[in-house]
Write a protein that binds this ligand. Structure first.
Ligand SMILES: Nc1ncnc2c1ncn2[C@@H]1O[C@H](COP(=O)(O)OP(=O)(O)O)[C@@H](O)[C@H]1O
Ligand SMILES: [Mg+2]
Length: 229
């Protein structure tokens, strides 16, 4: 049985990569072979082997199957800006057909595939398409990473509504703490979303020491059983 999910977030920089890598670790701990995919990445660095992105590298490090770079990240764009602008700057057209083919090939290589989006849910990839179209075409259940901070209720509820509007299914969400919540002041946000989001909370990841955000540690905060049911 093949499993796959699309990981989106309430914004850029809210922990999608950390959670995607943690999901890969949790799936592997359940005995599944698991591989990460980053279909579109902007803000790549140039290497002797070509353009590389730290998200794709982190996903590969968390995967149980090692593959050539382009199989994980088919669109590696240089400019650290919105993907459609980065693509435009290089004269690249992002093709959902190409992403779909790459994804299908990855599915043949592992029992589980975790696809990390870029930015938030409805980020444009060209003049007419967005990453939501990619998730819809791949027919993937969606995992929403909520960066717990002021404003996240609006962002999380808007994203959940847009996921439904795109005809996708929100399979679960993760509360990711982006700051130290020593006095528990941010727990009210998590509780508010528990009451308002129809999908299950897969786990709550505490704020970790910035230098030691370890996806294997974060994996222990996630319940993937809910996703595999
Ligand atoms: N729970 C956490 N505790 C501490 N730092 C975090 C946590 N989650 C994310 N970060 C940090 O925030 C930044 C953005 O996380 P990342 O997973 O790259 O987000 P995204 O993929 O959504 O852009 C990274 O520097 C990461 O280490
Ligand atoms: Mg990322």
């Amino acid at each position: 049985m093949n499993h796959a999910w699309f990981v989106t977030g309430t914004d850029t920089n809210v922990g999608k990569t950390l959670v995607s890598c943690a999901l890969l670790h949790a799936l592997r701990a359940r005995g599944l072979s698991a591989v990460g995919m980053k279909p579109v990445a902007s803000g790549c660095h140039s290497t002797a082997d070509g353009m590389r992105h730290s998200d794709a590298e982190a996903l590969t490090a968390a995967s149980s199957v090692s593959l050539e770079y382009a199989a994980v990240n088919p669109y590696a764009l240089r400019a650290a800006t919105a993907p459609h602008l980065a693509a435009q700057a290089e004269g690249v057209t992002i093709s959902i057909d190409t992403i779909t083919k790459t994804f299908v090939q990855l599915q043949a290589r592992a029992e589980a595939v975790v696809v990390e989006g870029v930015g938030g849910w409805i980020v444009p990839i060209d003049a007419t398409h967005t990453m939501a179209d990619v998730a819809a075409r791949l027919r993937l259940p969606v995992v929403l990473v909520v960066g717990i901070r002021l404003g996240c209720l609006n962002h999380a509820l808007l994203t959940a509504a847009a996921i439904e509007h795109a005809g996708c299914r929100l399979a679960g969400w993760v509360a990711n703490h982006l700051s130290n919540d020593a006095d528990g002041a941010l727990e009210g946000y998590v509780a508010a979303l528990r009451e308002r989001l129809a999908a299950p909370l897969l786990g709550e990841i505490p704020y970790m020491d910035e230098a030691h955000t370890d996806p294997a540690v974060a994996a222990r905060c996630l319940s993937v059983e809910t996703l595999l049911d």
